[in-house]
Each structure stands twice: as C-alpha cells, then as structure tokens.
Unconditional design. Sequence first.
Length: 765
Amino acid sequence: MKKLYSLKSKSIKFTWLATYSILFLLPLIMSIAIFFKVDSALKKEINESNLFLLKQVQQYTDNLVEDIERVATNLAYNETAVNMSIKKGDLTSEERYKLFELQKQIKNTFYNSAIQDVYIYFKNLHIVVNNKNIMDAKDYFNMFAENNKLQADDWIDINNNKYSGQYMNLKGTNVNVTNSDRLLAYMISMPMTGNYSGDMNIVVIIDKSKFLNVAKDMEALSKSNFGIINSDNELILKTKEFSLTSEIDYKKMKDNSGVIYTPSRGGVTISYLTSKPKMWKYVSIMPVSEYWNRLEQYRKLVYAGIVLCIFSGTIVAYFLLKKNYEPVKQLIKSLEVYHQAKVTEGSNEYNIISEAINVFKDEKKETEKLRDFQNEILRKEYIGNLLRGAIEENPSKKAEQIGIKFEYGSFAVISFHIGDLSKEKNSAGKPESFKLVKFIIKYILENSVKNTGKVFTTEIENNPVCLLNIDGDEGELSIQCKKIALKIRNIINNHYRTDLSASLSSIYKDIKYTNRAFKETMELMEFIEQTGGESVLSYSELNIRNNPEYHYTLEEEQKLANAVKKGDYEKASDIIEYVINKNMNELMPDSKMIKLLKLNIIGTLINAVEDIGRLYDHGYLVYINEFEDLIQYKNIKYIKDEILSIIYEICKKIKEDRRREFQIGEKVIGFINENYKNENMNISSIAETFNMSPSYLSKLFKLQMGEGILDYINKLRVEEAKKLIKMEKCSMEVIAKMVGYSNVKTFTRAFTKIEGITPGKYKEV
C-alpha cells in the first residue's frame, strides 16, 4: 500500500519550492521590466530626436521651395516675358533692348545661394534668356547638357514639354554620376491655362549641395539616411544610401508625422514629417541596430543579474525547503493509520491533513442531514394524512414521535393554488420556480406567526397546504391569517406574474377538526376557480355567498336565443352581461348553482346555433363544439369572455350570409324577369343556373322575398298577360304561350288563382 509521505507530483514541497523561487526571481523580473522600460524610453527619445532634425531640414527646404516658386512666378507674369512669349519672327531693336532688360531682372533673382541658374525659354522665338546670355535655344541646351552631363536631345525634349510647376531629378549620362551630381530643376510653363498665344518655360536650376549639407549634418547626428518623397511616391531629393522600398511608401505615411517600425531586428525605423506647402514627406531611415547598440551595456547587466538570481535562489530555496518540510512529513506519518485508503494521485500533504481532520465531522454531518431529511419527509407525510383525516386516534402523540409538537390551542388550514409560471421571464424552469414559490410561501408564513404560532407545510396535488397552530382570539386570528395570505399573494403575483389563490378555513380549537378545516379550503378553492373573483377567501366569507339558487328566467333565455339567431351581438352580449353580473354580484350563488348557470347558458346557445344551422347551412355547427369545450372550464368570468367571443363570430357570419343571400335574391329576380317567357323555366333550372340546390334556393328566396319562386313567376306572367289581354287581339292560347305557359289550361288556372277571375272574364271587364 502506498505511503502518505511518499507523494510525488502534488507534494507541497514543489509548491514551496515554486514560492521560494518566485521570491528570488522578483529582482530578475524587475530588472527585465526596467530593461523594457529603458528600451521604450530610448526609442521615444531617438524618435523625437529624428523628428526634430527632420523639422530643421523641413524648415530649410520649405523656405527654399517658397523662394524658388516665387522667382518662377514673378518671371512668369513679367510684362516683358509675357510680350516676348507672344512674339514671332525677327526682333526689333527695341525688343532686343527689352530682352536685355529682362536679362538684368533675371540676374536680380539670385539672392538665394541655393539657386544655381534661372532661364526663360521662348518657344516661338527659339531663344533662351538667363542671367548671363541671350542665346539660340538649341545652342544653349547643347551647352547646358554638356556642362551637366545630360543627353542633349533628351534635355531639348524636356524643355519643349509643358509644366504646371514641377520638380525634376535629371540623371546624367555618366554611369559614375552620384546623386549629388544630378540636377534638380523646377519648371513651369506659361500659359498653363488661358487663351493667349504665348508659349514659354521658366526653369530654375537648384544647387543641391546646400540641401545635402543640411541632410549630411542630420545623418551624422542620428546615424540615419534622409530623403524627400512627393505625392506620386517619387524621390525628389535623397542622401547616398536612401532608396524607396515597400515600407517606404507615401500612401503608408498617412499622418502629418509618425514612426514606422519594420518587424525584424535587422530592419529599420522610419521617421517622417509632412511639408505643408507641397505635401512632401521628409523621411529619415535609421537601422534598428542603433537601438541595440545603445542598450548593449544595460543588457549585459541584466544577464548577469539573471544568472546570479538563479544560482543564489536555488541554494537558499533548497535549504529552506528541507528545514520546513520535516514537521509536515512527521504529521503525515502520524495520520497514515487513520487515513491510508484516501490517498490519490491528486492529493498533497495539506489535502491529506485537511481530509483526515474533517472526515469525522463530515460523517457526523451526513448522518444528521440524512436524519433531518427523513424526519422532514415523515413530517410532511404526517401533516398530509392529518389533513385528509387518515389519522384518527391521538394525533398529538403520533406527531411528537416525529418531532412535531402542537404548543398552541387553535388550528387553521391555508391552501394555496399556484397558477401558470411560464410567464415569469426570469424563471429557470417550471419545477425550479415551483420550488422557489413554495419556499417563499413557507418562509413568509413562518416569519409572520413566529411569535404566536407554528406552521407545518405539506403538498397535496403539487400545491402547498399549511397547517397553522396558533394562539389568540378567534376573530383576530381570522383577520391575521387573511392579511398574511394577501401579503403572500401580492408578493408572488408581482414577482412571478402568476395568479396565486389562497383559501382559509375556520379557526378550530381542537386538532381533530383539521380534516374539516382542509375540506373547507378545498371547497373555497373550487369556488374561487369558478367565480374568478377574489383570489384570497376565508370560509366565513363563503357562507355569505352561499345562495342555493341562481337567476336565469325563461324570458331571458328566449331573448338570448332570438338575439343570436338574428345576429344581434349587442343585445346578446347585454343579456349575458346582465345575467352573470346579477348572479355573481347580487345573488351570489354557491358552487353548484354556478355550475348549473354555466350549463344552462351554454345549452341555450347550442340550441340557438342548431336552429341557425337548419335555417342557413351546416357551417354554423362548428360553433357547437366550441360551446361544448367551455363546459370543462370552471371560471365563470373566463367562460363569459369566451362565450361573447364566439357569439361575436356567429353574428358576424349571419350578417355576411344575409348580405350574400340578398345579392342572390336580386340576381334570381333579374333572371326570372328576363326568362319568364321560357316555358321550361322552373326551380330546378334556376337553381342549376346559380349552382345551388333547388330546396336551398327555394328556402333562401322565400326567406328574403317573403314568397316562393313559383308564386313570383306566376304573378309576373299573369301581370304580363293582363297587359297583353288589354292590348292584343289574340286568343288566350297565344297569350298563354307568350307569357311562358305551355297550354291555356295551366294559364287559366294560374290566372284565376291570382286574380280571382278567368282570363276571359277579365278581358270582358
């Protein structure tokens, strides 16, 4: 068998060792934290320094750009330059003098040392004017290209294009040309817009050495490379080692200023700043290794601290562990005799000690808990049997045997009925909600009578029933019990959105009457269900309402049936409201009379619907089933609402049927008026025309028109015959045929029946 002190993986030795290790590792953790803090601060300092240097370059470059563009703009709108741009052909001496004056004006623009050259190219005249010469354009461009190591043809093509104010980097033909040897030119054409015919280019050549000197100073200070990028992601200016990459992209530098880090240690840190006049990006690139070089010394100190903490901490932790664990080991050995079988893989020394100390307490608690649970079941069973009358001899003695003691002289029973709890949105489930509601009922009752009585609760048909053993005046006790029941009802109804009903028995002075008290509450509960009125009643209140008769006269029954048959919902609903209100609010019949009243009203309505079905069609018979279904319900108010709802549907259908029948009657009359001369027209042919049975059509026509179809046909034919007799000099046989009779004999019989005389005598008259 495994020993308690031979625990392996879960031993507290490992917990202690981990604790000691953490204590010695705290300085190490603090050193690492400080290291990262210093790293962050250094990065911030370097980035701020780079942005500051960028700001210096930006200010210098922005001022230079403003000067260059001001020079070009002034020349573009110079009156002499504008006039010369329009000129074509040979120049006059006066115009040559003006060009000479323009040359002087160009010379005056060299107040900024960064401007290397300025010239105006007049395309119509094919001449170039700068601060020194007025030359043929081709000769000047060839000379300029040769001096600056450019392709002459390319330079001429560049000057013949139009520009809206652009900076251009011009690469020379020499492959050994460095970035500092390349030209930076600002070019603007006139006109950029407008309709005048002038055509000239103003070109400002920039001395990049001034800018590069500033950039080199920045490189020396920050160990970084520098460049300027325009909005088209093109390099305007750059130092020797600067080049565009996927990380150095204008679109990625969205803010006015910022820093971009590349992920690898061998990467770079990109600081950038935005120029306001041109929206250029001034970019500084510094290798990440610069950070690590500056952190190298501190990093060595951190590594030394790690090694020292691990070495010293291991030695100290070992000796502390050995010293402190020995008493625990001895205690475990002493407990082994009592708790050997409880050792598991997940146990440690503290678990074993705790379990050994508490095992006897747990066993005692379990025994007490089981005994209490059994006694609770026995008490509930006893109270249930007592209320049902199953305990007849010496109930107090049997109660004491299971821990129930009746200390007070009065007894009463309160029964509760818990309604539907599905409406309670926070309910975890119906069984759980029922348990909670029952607990609340018991808790409130016990706290309400704790000074004057006791409460014994059981469940009958899944509803709580409470036996109260209380002390005091009978009248006061009845009032007190009613108040407690109302309080419980209000709390449950408000918090659980359900209908809780409570019935209170009379107060009895002997325990042997508890069965009678329980029966009273059951009778009360049935009355509450039937009336749907007060949800908390005492038996004394029921006696007031215990009338052994109800009001529903034969005249009211006939009026109700006639109103339904006529489709008069208002009258039918008034009768039902009157009968039920009179019974429930004035006469207050007992439960049996309420049942009879319910059955009598439903029977009246069923008979009325059967008569309607015979009168109209069998579609009304479905309402009979709905009325019959109401018999199973007890609540008279609920039944009343359902009856009114069904009657409303019946009356609505009757009105619709009458409207439809009236339309059919008019159509039948129209058909007869058009076809009465047809000898073969009869009820069957008319019914076939309207897709109805002859019997139903006859009944419908008579109900609407007040006479049968054949009577109407004969009257119509006789009226028409009377007109013909007065107007035509024809025999009776011909007239009979003209109005639709097959022979004169039938015609004569019909005429005599309607008019009281024969057709012949009518003609004589």
